[in-house]
Design a binder for this molecule. Structure first.
Ligand SMILES: [Zn+2]
Length: 337
C-alpha cells in the first residue's frame, strides 16, 4: 500500500530503479487530495521514454487493469535502458464514480488538454500530464475503450499524419498491440484530446479502443499489458524478444480508416437498433447492416440502414435505444500497405 503522497516537485523521474507514487491534486471546493497513481521505472542508462496511460475516462477498464498488471509483473531489472512512466488511472474521480467524466468538476479529461494550472481539478491533472509527463515522452500510449454507447472494433489507433516516415512509425507501433484492427482516424470528432496534445509535441502517439460496455475485455487487458511491453522492446527498453500477441481468432491485422465524418451513418429515425452483421465484418455497398425498429408500429418491418460503401463495419451502436441523429454505424476502408 502506498501510504504517502508525493508532491510533483519531489517525483524522482531519473534515478535507476522503480518508484510508485500517489501524486496529490487539491480537490475543488473541499479539503483533501485526489491521489493519482504513477509508476516510474528507469533503466541504468539513458534511452527513450515510453508513457502509458489508462483511465483517461473513468468507465474504461482494460487500460487500468492491463497497466496495473504490467506494474505488478515487470521486473525493473529487465529495463536495460530508458524510462517507462505508467499512470494506470488518470481521471481518478471519474474512475471512483465509474463514469466517463470527473465527479468533481464534471469534465471530460480527454477534452481539456493541454490543461490549466489554475483550472478545475481535471484541467490541473491534464496540465501536470502535459508539462511533466508528455514533455518527457518519446512515445505516448493512451488506452481507451468504446464506452457505453458504441462498440468499436478492437483497435489501436492514431491520427493521420502526412509525413510518410512518421506514418510508417505510427503504423508499426500501433501494430505491436496485436489487435485485429489499427484505426487511422480524424480529429473531426473532438478537440483538446490527450493524444492530440502529445502529437502536437511531436511524440509517437497511439490510442485505442481495447473493449466496450464498461466491462473488462479478456483480450483487451492482454493487449494493453503486453502491447505496452512490445512498444518498450521496439524502443530498446527491454532486451527480451517481441511477443506475438495477435489472438488466434484474428486471421490478419488490418489497418483501416474513415476520416470523413460525413460518412458516419446517423439514424434517420428514432428506434431500437438491431445489428444485422457482426462488427468487424466486410460488407458491400447496399447490404443492410442495422435495422431501427419502431415498437409503436410492431406490424411494420422497421427501417434498414444499408452500407453506403464497401468496407469493414468499424463501429456499431451498442445501446439499443437510438435517437434520430445518433451515429449507428461507421464503415471504413483498408489502408493499402
Ligand atoms: Zn475513452
Amino acid at each position: 500500500m502506498i501510504l504517502n503522497i508525493t508532491p510533483i516537485r519531489a517525483i524522482d523521474w531519473d534515478s535507476p530503479g522503480r518508484r510508485l507514487y500517489h501524486i496529490p491534486f487539491t480537490m475543488d471546493g473541499a479539503w483533501g487530495r485526489v491521489r493519482v497513481p504513477l509508476c516510474v521505472i528507469c533503466g541504468p542508462r539513458p534511452g527513450k521514454t515510453i508513457v502509458a496511460i489508462g483511465g483517461t475516462h473513468g468507465d474504461e477498464y482494460e487500460g487500468p487493469v492491463g497497466l496495473k498488471n504490467l506494474i505488478g509483473t515487470l521486473n525493473p531489472a529487465e529495463v536495460v535502458e530508458g524510462r517507462v512512466i505508467v499512470i494506470p488511472v488518470l481521471n481518478v474521480p471519474a474512475f471512483q464514480a465509474a463514469q466517463r467524466q470527473s465527479s468533481q468538476d464534471l469534465k471530460n479529461m480527454n477534452r481539456v488538454f493541454p490543461g490549466n494550472a489554475n483550472g478545475s481539478i481535471t484541467e490541473r491533472i491534464a496540465h501536470f500530464v502535459t508539462t511533466e509527463v508528455l514533455a518527457r515522452a518519446d512515445v505516448v500510449i493512451d488506452i481507451h475503450a468504446a464506452g457505453s454507447t458504441f462498440e468499436i472494433v478492437r483497435s489501436s489507433s492514431f491520427h493521420h499524419v502526412a509525413d510518410p516516415a512518421m506514418f510508417a512509425e505510427y503504423r508499426a507501433t500501433a501494430l505491436l498491440f496485436g489487435m485485429p484492427f489499427v484505426m487511422v482516424y480524424t480529429s473531426g470528432m473532438g478537440t483538446a484530446l490527450l493524444t492530440e496534445e502529445a502529437e502536437k509535441m511531436g511524440k509517437i502517439t497511439i490510442g485505442g479502443e481495447f473493449g466496450f460496455g464498461a466491462s473488462t475485455d479478456l483480450d483487451g487487458v492482454r493487449w494493453a499489458h503486453h502491447g505496452t511491453l512490445n512498444v518498450m522492446r521496439h524502443n530498446g527498453l527491454l532486451a527480451s524478444p517481441m511477443e506475438n500477441i495477435v489472438s488466434a481468432w484474428v486471421d490478419k491485422q488490418r489497418v483501416v480508416t474513415q476520416t470523413d465524418i460525413d460518412r458516419y451513418v446517423t439514424a434517420p429515425v428514432s428506434g431500437i437498433s438491431e445489428p444485422l452483421v457482426p462488427l468487424g465484418s466486410y460488407v458491400r455497398a447496399g447490404v443492410p447492416v442495422a435495422r431501427l425498429h419502431d415498437f409503436d408500429r410492431f406490424d411494420e418491418p422497421g427501417v434498414d440502414i444499408c452500407a453506403d460503401q464497401d468496407g469493414y463495419v468499424l463501429v456499431r451502436r451498442f445501446r439499443a435505444e437510438t435517437n434520430q441523429g445518433d451515429v449507428v454505424m461507421v464503415i471504413g476502408q483498408e489502408v493499402p500497405e
